[in-house]
Design a protein around this ligand. Structure first.
Ligand code: TRP
Ligand code: ZN
Length: 463
């Protein structure tokens, strides 16, 4: 046979290979997992085709050079036959990727790191992907202009992830719908500390560097992962039922923070009575300096504050441990399930502590002159730049007050606790919430509340 004629089947075989991926796992005819999970506000966030169960992150960071070296070992289960899958990673240089211990091919486009394993992955199979990477992690600017990702601070750095900032410091499935447990190990120059989520399980020194190991035992959305590197006063205490509390406070914020942080056990106790059992194995806060971040964030077990918080903000971020961290929004459209509830927690805490009633707060907002409350319905934010705007917080909380008006105080408190219990350590969306309320309060008509307060444009009419 002549040369050119023999090339035709070879070319066809090559083409088949390209279409089906590597043909090593005989019989598997998988497809790539896809570069997003169709989030209505962040379409590239997260990836299709697999579910992460665990992240083991081993990080090394030097504030002076701003250099991060990382190894991420991701344990995941294929949810379809896969020839390739994506991880989200913004910036940084990838040195190697292995899947199941074998070198994998990979390429990058924007925030998508596409991994083509040596062997195709069968649906249902659990696999580990290990990524080695390094570089100077980026500070990202949100659609609303705020800063997230990796934030260098006066004496270290802060990793913040809402909504997509975790892509700046580790590769993963960065969407709230895929929660996983974490082990985060951070090595920093001796004399500095590294604080993260969950429990400190180890601290060792070697060659002028100190390694801190943190274990987050309960499922966590990647936007709630954090690392804080710097000088901190570490305060240990206990909350309700002996719950371990670990606070890391920038020494310059220590004096201003002392009194408010002393309220943590009382606040957690009130929140347990109001929302049900605290969902995690430990608690605490990270207090950095004002300007290190521009906002507080409910990072799991250990929210971050830019300076000493006031009581309301502390109540808010701790309430997120139930609403947001344990019960996590299915997509960024469901943000009001976080912020409406955490805002309502502030209202209710005030009411239960001799202050203004939640009904009065509602009335003041309704009659007030802040028109931003009516910019858009809480369950339909006006765009990615608006997921943390006033309607999501205040009008979201107003939806809860409308429900309370309808069902009465006792039944309303049952709903708060019941919602946290029904989706503990899981994810939920707005349709599940409205169905839950209707099921728990049979015979009551919530149609008008959903139509006017949750989904409707403009200021609802006075009832
Ligand atoms: N979730 C934070 C809070 O209210 C606020 C916040 C910080 C936020 N960064 C964000 C909200 C990014 C939406 C998107 O406690
Ligand atoms: Zn909040």
């Amino acid at each position: 046979m002549s040369g050119p004629a023999r090339l035709v089947p070879a070319a066809a075989a090559l083409l088949a290979l390209a279409l089906t991926g590597t043909a090593c796992d005989a019989g598997v005819r998988g497809t790539p997992g896809g570069s997003g999970v169709h989030d209505p506000y962040f379409p590239k966030a997260g990836n299709g085709g697999y579910d992460v169960t665990h992240y083991a992150l081993t990080l090394d960071y030097t504030p002076d050079t701003r250099r991060l070296t990382g190894r991420a070992v991701i344990t995941a289960r294929a949810t379809q036959d896969l020839t390739a899958f994506d991880l989200d990673l913004e910036g940084l240089d990838v040195a190697s990727v292995t899947v199941g211990g074998k070198d994998a091919r990979w390429n990058r486009a924007g925030q998508e790191l596409t991994v083509r394993p040596h062997d195709d992955l069968r649906e249902g199979r659990t696999f580990t992907a290990a990524v080695r990477y390094s570089g100077t992690p980026r500070t990202l600017t949100d659609p609303d202009g705020s800063k997230e990702g990796w934030l260098p601070t006066a004496d270290g750095a802060l990793g913040l992830g809402e909504p997509v900032g975790s892509t700046a410091w580790f590769p993963g499935n960065h969407h709230p719908s895929d929660k996983a447990t974490y082990d985060i190990t951070v090595t920093v120059p001796e004399g500095l500390q590294a604080v993260s989520n969950g429990e400190l399980t180890g601290r060792t020194g070697k060659g002028g560097r100190t390694t801190y190991s943190w274990h987050a035992a309960e499922p966590m959305a990647s936007y709630l992962a954090t690392v804080a590197v710097g000088h901190y006063d570490i305060g240990r205490g206990t909350g309700p039922h002996g719950l371990p509390v670990l606070n890391a406070v920038d020494p310059r914020q220590a004096k201003a923070s002392k009194d408010v942080l002393a309220k943590i056990p009382e606040i957690l106790g009130w929140e347990e009575r109001t929302f049900g059992p605290y969902p995690f194995s430990s608690a605490g806060v990270i207090v950095d300096r004002p300007g290190d971040a521009e906002y507080a964030l409910e990072t799991q077990t250990r929210p971050v504050f830019p300076g000493a918080p006031d009581t309301g903000t502390l109540v808010h971020e701790l309430a997120h441990q139930w609403y947001g961290d344990s019960v996590t929004p299915m997509s960024w459209q469901d943000m009001w399930l976080n912020e409406g509830f955490a805002t309502y927690a502030e209202w209710l805490y005030q009411e239960d502590h001799g202050g203004k009633s939640a009904q009065q707060t509602f009335t003041d907002l309704y009659d007030g002159d802040d028109d931003a409350v009516w910019d858009f319905p809480p369950a339909r934010p006006a765009g990615a730049a608006h997921i943390s705007d006033t309607p999501v917080y205040e009008r979201g909380a107003m939806v809860l007050q409308k429900i309370r008006q309808k069902v009465g105080d006792g039944a309303f408190r049952d709903l708060l606790r019941g919602w946290a219990a029904a989706h503990r350590h899981g994810t939920a969306d707005t349709a599940q919430f409205t169905a839950f309320v209707e099921k728990r309060a049979p015979g009551k008509d919530f149609g008008g509340i959903w139509r006017d307060w949750l989904y409707g444009d403009g200021r609802p009419d006075r009832p």
